[in-house]
Ligand binder design. Structure first.
Ligand code: NDP
Length: 408
């Protein structure tokens, strides 16, 4: 099938297909367009580098603490999130799920997870009968989020799902439908909504600290070392989508939305996919886009796996600019307002974002509180990603409705 004969609707219906659309149109590998997702399976991996397991397990702090099952013991789970349960008030690690038996044993022992609460991908469905588990936390490669979220809902559990929510809006809609059918909560792990600088930036922009917003610029990039789709899921389209936009650029999308408090009415974008580089045989090296908001303000978003490191957000208005650099890291956030005078904001310790995110999910489960980052937010972002890829592939500006669906 030739890429340029495929209609937009067919790409969208294919689920993950818009990524396929842009790849098909920007490479001659149109045949890979509807590459089956069934080849994508959860499979155990080696212990990530730099893992320091706790010397003694932490205990739940409150009697009504919420039990989380961690699915996928990779770098983010082991080096960031699992150690943060220690700082959470109301969340604890109740179970672990992994395809690597050695990791199940070592991590389980270190975190005090009973043997009966250590699951493989094959025995995962037994979690349905495990009352110690309230929430399933999906920390798998992005192309597996939809399947394992749906399985967790089928097991009657609530779900905290890592970003990006999935690789297509079609998958997101299925996840939301599964959540409703099971009458269980779905939260997307957008940690910036729990990070003090980003929270203060939202407030400052709402108060008009920079005047009327005119130009918002976001950059998230790093230079990826030599790798290929057989050795790294992040450069494999079926697991990573288009690549840097879903992984890093999604923070720029988020910031552009929560700082402008508007939805873009149009997007025009470009992608870069250098030939002959195994890192980018399936994904893009770089994605840039320009959004126009109804107010007339413009956002310029850039993300790359092939340029030196950056993580910044700049919101320039009629009277000043709010500059966040780094903006959405795990720690070390800096935020300044430049205008007639320069002000630096120290909003608090950025590292609280992880535990606060966990407690937020726990509150939603125990008290029924509203989730700040629900599945609908993840769906909205995937729609914007799809519009970005369509614009780049078609070489035209894509117009959007208020819910980020494409117009026309
Ligand atoms: P890793 O590659 O380090 O870990 C992924 C883990 O998933 C593996 O260790 C493995 O665990 C499991 N897995 C199951 N099937 C596969 C497969 N086919 N290929 C590879 N791994 C598989 O990834 P990360 O931890 O960096 O990322 C995981 C998720 O977390 C992604 O969705 C990513 O976007 C998100 N993330 C979020 C961040 C944030 O700041 N919010 C930061 C970093 C990542 P096991 O061996 O136990 O089965």
């Amino acid at each position: 099938m030739e890429g340029d004969r495929v209609t937009r609707r067919r790409f969208l219906e294919a689920g993950g297909g818009v990524t396929g659309l842009s790849l098909a149109l920007t490479t001659s590998a149109g045949a890979a367009l509807f590459q089956s997702r069934s080849e994508v399976r959860a499979a155990g991996q080696r212990m990530p580098d730099g893992v320091e397991l706790p010397r003694s397990p932490s205990l739940p702090k409150r009697s009504n603490s919420v039990g989380f099952a961690i699915v996928g013991l990779g770098d983010y789970a082991l080096n960031q999130m699992m150690p943060r349960f220690n700082q959470a008030e109301r969340a604890h690690v109740a179970a672990i799920v992994s395809g690597n038996p050695e990791k199940l044993s070592r991590v389980g022992d270190a975190y005090g997870v009973p043997r009966s609460a250590r699951y493989s991908y094959e025995s995962f469905q037994d979690i349905a009968r495990d009352d110690r588990v309230d929430v399933v936390y999906i920390v798998l490669p992005s192309g597996l989020h939809a399947e394992w979220t749906t399985r967790a809902f089928a097991a009657g559990k609530h779900v905290l799902c890592e970003k990006p929510m999935a690789l297509s809006s079609a998958e997101c809609k299925r996840m939301i439908a599964a959540s409703r059918k099971a009458n269980r909560k779905l939260m997307i792990a957008y940690r910036s909504h729990f990070e003090p600088h980003n929270l203060q930036a939202m407030e400052l922009m709402a108060q008009g600290v920079a005047g009327q917003l005119r130009l918002l610029r976001t950059e998230q990039s790093y230079r990826m070392g030599p790798t290929s789709p057989t050795e790294n899921w992040r450069v494999r389209r079926a697991l990573a989508g288009g690549g840097p936009l879903e992984d890093l650029g999604i923070y720029g999308i988020q910031a552009a939305l929560y700082l402008s408090r508007e939805m873009p009415e149009s997007i025009s974008a470009t992608t870069l996919q250098p030939s002959g580089d195994p890192r980018f045989s399936e994904i893009f090296a770089q994605v840039t886009s320009q959004w126009r908001f109804p107010s007339g303000a413009v956002a310029q978003l850039a993300t790359s796996y092939d340029s030196s490191g950056s993580n910044s957000v700049r919101a320039r208005g009629t009277s000043g600019a709010l500059i966040m650099d780094p903006a959405t890291n795990y720690s070390g956030q800096r935020m300044t307002l430049e205008g007639r005078e320069r002000r630096e904001f120290r909003a608090g310790d950025p590292t609280v974002q992880f535990a606060r995110q966990l407690d937020h999910m726990a509150d939603a489960v125990r008290d029924g509180t509203r989730i700040r980052t629900p599945g609908e937010m993840g769906l909205r972002d995937l729609r914007l990603i799809e519009a970005t890829y369509l614009s780049a592939a078609a070489g035209r500006t894509v117009k959007l409705n208020g819910d980020a669906t494409m117009r026309g």
